[in-house]
Design a protein around this ligand. Sequence first.
Ligand code: ZN
Length: 168
Amino acid sequence: MTRPIDPIRAVLTRTVETAARADGTERQGLTGCPWHDVKSMLRDVGLRPTRQRMALGWILFGKGDRHITAEMLYEEASKAKVPVSLATVYNTLHQLTDVGLLRQVAVDGSKTYFDTNVSQHHHFFIEGENDLLDIPQTDVVVGKMPVPPEGYEIERIDVVVRLRKRGR
Ligand SMILES: [Zn+2]
């Protein structure tokens, strides 16, 4: 006996699959036409491929793994003649983060980077150059875990190792 496909369930299932992929194994790189890839990427997580999401997604995901702030993306969008406001850029970045297509990396109070590589890994932050570099997860060993407060569990540990040029 076959059950009719429930469209909401279908979207949820796809979202779960995307989340699972985000959890470790590599995400399939964009292949073929980036425009088409971004569209199916958005559809797969249940986001409507609006013109602005498509344009920002194309800028974000069309260049391989990268770390980008809202201001950087806004600047690139402006250069590419994509008419978006900084507020829209912020909203889109947070929506993409909520559905697991981006990972947020908070470096300090004022600087938040969005990472197109959503697999578990850590970061070097180069002070003064405002640059993030990936550290493979296996290169950082956390010796002792703190005990979380009652009723909480540790979701993940993000390590930011701050670097400065020698001799300064
Ligand atoms: Zn990264």
